[in-house]
Each structure stands twice: as structure tokens, then as C-alpha cells.
Design a binder for this molecule. Structure first.
Ligand code: AQP
Length: 338
């Protein structure tokens, strides 16, 4: 039986944090057991805001190593670097030419990131969602596991596939591109900053204390959790709109402790922050320990890591080139035999 296919990726824009893990990678690890998974390090996306070349190189390798350390299995899933599969850039160009500009100007993430860039907004930043559409559509993806923040981009990918390719170029109502579905996980869908429970935890937040990175040492985790924003109430609870920090930190605890929401809410419902913070700290340190151990072993052997990425690339190339050929054919490009 054909397994349904998932596609996803993380930008190598910095050290991955627990939001990337709990909101994305952890779900891929579960999904790869029942789905065919294509996951890549989306390095082309990482240059849509100003970047440092040395950091891009290091972050690309560390992101790939973290995928594996978090449990992605290169024997059953394709793990690769986006820029190694040339079809991503080529399909992006084709889609650029048929996507209306006003669809792009509506994108919330563009507006938010553009404000931070001031006068230095690149065309790439505006084009980010079209590249993301190309990424997804190349693999005839059935499901895209994404955080809530990416829902609008996925909607755009669906509109491009359906309204701009299938409706315009499809012959005999046959779809050229598969229209993907979002897969938003309830738990961990949005992990918030440690400094403000209303703001998403993010790699690019200039305040390091706003996030727990997957490679933070136990001491650093302890310090960051100690400093995390709290309130004056006793009892750590979910769903109180006046207590976003309690909701966020209890949510993180419920996942990393393995207790789940119900049991975590009972355990922490009557304790104060002074008792809760050490519980959360210990649970985080224990959950990250095996990931960090495997990560540092992997980074000792960059050749092995590069081999994983090469194998992933060749599996990805095969599927992506087939889709690209199909799109080019219906758009009227002269086909080459080789
Ligand atoms: N805080 C979060 N909570 C839950 N999921 C999150 N994701 C990111 N932050 C959170 C999910 O991780 C995947 C990859 O994200 P990305 O790095 O490609 O882009 P991003 O969403 O822009 O992540 P950052 O950390 O905020 O990066 P920067 O600061 O570089 O922009 C996605 O599935 C995302 O939902």
C-alpha cells in the first residue's frame, strides 16, 4: 500500500529551539512511521533576510544533525538540503510568473518580517511563500505538518496548485499538482517566548533568554527558566487568557515530561512558580540530554552526515524532477530527452 507523503523543513537561521522541535521535528519523527517523509534544511529560505555565510554553513550542518539526533531515520526518510535539489529554485521561478503580486502582499509573516528589516527588504522575503509552495508541491505532498504560524503559507500553496496550475493548465480535468493538506498538531503547535507569553519563540529574537535552544547546557537551561516571565498567581494552569506565561510553560512541561496535558494540569494546579520552575527545568534537561548526546557524536563525523544528505538528495531529486518535468510540459516548455 502506498504511504501518504509528508514534506517539511526548518530554516538554518540559527540554533534550533524547543519550538522547532515540539512544533515540527517531533511530529515528523512520529509521522515517518506511517508516512513517506521528505524533510529538508531550507537553506534557500534562510537567505531571505540578511545572513552571515559562515553561520549559514554551520547552521545547515547543525540543523541536519539535529533532525537525525531528534529521531529522523535516514533509512526510511529522505533528509536533504534544499539547495542541493535544483528543482526547488526552478519550480519557484515558474510559480513566480503565475502568482499574483497582491496575493503575496497579504502574507502576515512578510509584513511582520519586513517591518524588522526597515529599508532592507529583499524580493526574496516577499517571494518566500512561493518558494515554500514549490518545496511542498514538488513532492506530490499529501500532508504538511506545520505550526499555526505557517497556515497562511500553506493556504497559498494550495491556491497556487489549484487555481494557477491545475485549473489553467490541467488537461481533461486531470491535476498536474497534488493539492496538499495542512496537518496542525494540537500540542506544541505554538510555543511562546520565555520573556512574553504572547510572542512566538523564535530563532531570530535578539534576546537569547527568550528561547531554550536544543543545544543549551543544563546550566543555561536552569538560568533561562529561572528568568522566564511569571505572574503573581499561585497554581499553574492552562487556558487563562490573563496568564499566557502559565499556559505556555505548563504546555511545554506537559510534553517534555511525557505526562500529557491532563496529568500535568493536576500535578501543577496548586503549586507556585517556585516549585514549578525546577520541575520544568529538570524535565527539559532530561528530554534534551539524549538529543544532545547523539548530536555531538554525529558532529564528530561530518562525512557520515554528508553521506546522509547525499542519499537524501538523490531520493528527493528523483521525485522532484518528475514533478518539474510535468509542470514544464503543460506550461509549453520544449522537452529534452535527457
Ligand atoms: N515557537 C514555535 N512553536 C511551534 N512551532 C514552531 N516553529 C517555529 N517556531 C515555532 C515551527 O518550526 C518549523 C520551522 O520553522 P522555521 O525555522 O523554518 O521558520 P520560523 O517558523 O520562522 O521559525 P523561527 O524560529 O521563528 O525562525 P526565524 O526566527 O528564523 O524566523 C515550522 O513548521 C514552524 O511552524
Amino acid at each position: 500500500m502506498n504511504r501518504k507523503r509528508i514534506f517539511s523543513g526548518v530554516q538554518p537561521t540559527g540554533s534550533l529551539h524547543i519550538g522547532n522541535w515540539l512544533g515540527a521535528i517531533r511530529n515528523w519523527v512520529e509521522l515517518q512511521k506511517s508516512h513517506e517523509a521528505f524533510v529538508c534544511v531550507v537553506d534557500l529560505h534562510a537567505i531571505t533576510t540578511p545572513h552571515n555565510p559562515k553561520e549559514l554553513l554551520e547552521n545547515t550542518l547543525s540543523t541536519a544533525a539535529l533532525y537525525k539526533a531528534c529521531g529522523m531515520d535516514p533509512d526510511i526518510s529522505s533528509i536533504f538540503v534544499q539547495s542541493h535539489v535544483k528543482a526547488h529554485s526552478e519550480l519557484c521561478w515558474l510559480l513566480n510568473c503565475i502568482t499574483p503580486l497582491n496575493w503575496m502582499e497579504r502574507m502576515i509573516q512578510f509584513k511582520e518580517k519586513a517591518i524588522k528589516q526597515g529599508d532592507n527588504v529583499s524580493i526574496g522575503l516577499l517571494d518566500y511563500p512561493v518558494l515554500m509552495a514549490a518545496d511542498i508541491l514538488l513532492y506530490d505532498t499529501d500532508l504538511v505538518p506545520v505550526g499555526e504560524d505557517q497556515k497562511q503559507h500553506l493556504e497559498l500553496a494550495r491556491d497556487i496548485a489549484q487555481q494557477r496550475i491545475n485549473s489553467r493548465f490541467g488537461i481533461n480535468e486531470e491535476n498536474i499538482l497534488k493539492v496538499p493538506q495542512p496537518l496542525i498538531m494540537k500540542e506544541g503547535a505554538k510555543i511562546m517566548s520565555l520573556c512574553d507569553g504572547k510572542v512566538k519563540m523564535s530563532k531570530s529574537d535578539s534576546n537569547e533568554n527568550s528561547r531554550i535552544s536544543l543545544l543549551d547546557s543544563p546550566d543555561l537551561i536552569r538560568k533561562k527558566i529561572k528568568r522566564a516571565k511569571t505572574d503573581a498567581e499561585i497554581g499553574i494552569e492552562f487556558n487563562n487568557i490573563n496568564r499566557p506565561e502559565a499556559d505556555n510553560l505548563l504546555g511545554i512541561y506537559s510534553i517534555v515530561s511525557g505526562l500529557g496535558k491532563e496529568k500535568a494540569a493536576i500535578e501543577c494546579g496548586e503549586i507556585g512558580w517556585g516549585k514549578f520552575k525546577p520541575l520544568l527545568t529538570d524535565a527539559l534537561i532530561s528530554a534534551l540530554e539524549p538529543i544532545q548526546k547523539e548530536y555531538f557524536i554525529l558532529r564528530e563525523d561530518n562525512d557520515y552526515l554528508k553521506k546522509i544528505l547525499e542519499n537524501g538528495q538523490s531520493k528527493a531529486d528523483e521525485v522532484a524532477n518528475r514533478t518539474l518535468k510535468r509542470v514544464k510540459k503543460v506550461m509549453g516548455f520544449l522537452q529534452r530527452e535527457i
